[in-house]
Ligand binder design. Structure first.
Ligand code: PLP
Length: 363
């Protein structure tokens, strides 16, 4: 068995060896024209898990890494990740939204995949140091952010199927613009499944996303942007979208599926529900039947539908496809909950609205 660490142990800053680049690529960054997921900042963080402990903590210039052809992550998908964003607030400071929640969730994913926990102190220190060094990569134009991608994967050079003994924890970052530029067209998936009870749906594990690509591609061929997954057993209940949780405003009630073994517990989801409750919006976390959403759409009672996740924050849904029908939703205006909540979250991140929940972490 591997050793796990008390997640509260703080790692000394001096434990991270730092090698800075001599050739910054910051001039490649055009804040007004940032492609999603293509441009990476100057540095990256690495740590190796060997002999039962995390060691060799380092920040080096962003570069390719070398792997054994027998690497256990390549063959068996022993790999998990997180996704969070750093923003520039109104005073020009770099802030991160709820990073401790990502550190915790990484370890929930880790346990399911027999990956050793990354101590929360190590996670936070690595994040803090990396963002300090690459602070100039955090854009300030509206809708932009620095996307932060922590990930852990098996490093065993072993072709047999067993839990890895060696791992690597890395963090890379890259500036991003808005994820979806227009409201999305989604299809309710009733044949394929993303997750099922007892599976890995609650974990941000690489294989979940690999398995979602084929059904998503079929939907894209039909003119949709994204899928809304239904439960793997009956396909009668809405679960979530591929990278976002999903919410519906039916009449004046905000409805979303409860998180379970099959649904990723989104931090954006939690933030939206928290604020909605504070605003006095009626919130229901309960199973959401496809039939209920379709009936509400037909009767004009489905006021809003939107995805919630770090990448897009709030992604309003314009069209829902189900079986052979397509339902169009009203276009969002400033009176919509989805607009107001996006404004609120942006305001908290920029510092224009007080952060009364302690969600903002300053670098
Ligand atoms: C990451 C993710 C989400 C959204 O989680 P956030 O913490 O809000 O970014 C939702 N569903 C899936 C499947 C995800 O991977």
């Amino acid at each position: 068995m591997y050793t796990t660490y008390n997640p509260l142990i703080m790692i000394e800053t001096s434990a991270i060896r730092i090698e800075k680049t001599t050739q910054s690529r910051i001039n490649e960054l055009d804040e007004n024209n940032i492609p999603f997921g293509r441009l990476y900042s100057d540095h990256m963080f690495l740590a190796d898990y060997k002999d039962g402990q995390w060691q060799d903590l380092r920040i080096v210039p962003y570069q390719n890494i070398s792997l054994s052809p027998a690497n256990s992550a390549l063959h068996y998908g022993i790999t998990i990740f997180e996704g969070l964003k750093a923003y520039r607030n109104k005073d020009g400071e770099v802030v991160v939204f709820r990073p401790e929640a990502n550190a915790k969730r990484l370890n929930i994913s880790a346990e399911r995949m027999c990956i050793p926990a990354v101590p929360e102190g190590l996670f936070m220190e690595a994040l803090n140091e990396l963002l300090k060094i690459d602070a100039s990569w955090v854009p300030s134009a509206p809708g932009t952010a620095l996307y932060v991608r922590p990930f852990v994967f098996g490093m065993d050079e072993y072709i047999g199927i067993r839990p890895s003994e060696n791992f690597r924890f890395m963090i890379i970052t890259g500036p991003v613009g808005s994820y979806y530029t227009k409201p999305v067209r989604v299809k309710i998936e009733t044949k394929f499944s993303r997750a099922f009870e007892g599976g890995t749906g609650f974990a941000k594990a690489g294989g979940n996303y690999a398995a979602s690509l084929y059904p998503a591609r079929l939907a894209q061929k039909m003119g949709f942007d994204q899928l809304i997954w239904t439960d793997g057993k009956t396909h009668q209940y809405i679960e979530e979208s591929g990278t976002m949780n999903v919410m519906f405003m039916i009449d004046d009630v905000l409805i979303t599926a409860p998180t379970s073994g099959t649904i990723l517990k989104g931090i954006t989801r939690d933030s939206v529900l928290t604020i909605a409750r504070e605003w006095g919006v009626k919130v229901e976390e309960r199973p959401v039947a496809v039939a209920e959403v379709v009936a509400a759409a037909k009767e004009g009672r489905l006021k809003e539908a939107f995805g919630v996740g770090t990448a897009a924050t709030i992604a309003p849904i314009a069209t829902i496809g189900y079986e052979d029908e397509v339902y169009d939703l009203p276009a969002a205006d400033d009176s919509f909950f989805s607009r107001k909540i996006l404004k609120q979250l942006s305001g908290i991140r920029s510092g224009e609205i007080a952060d009364k929940h302690g969600w903002i972490y300053k670098i």
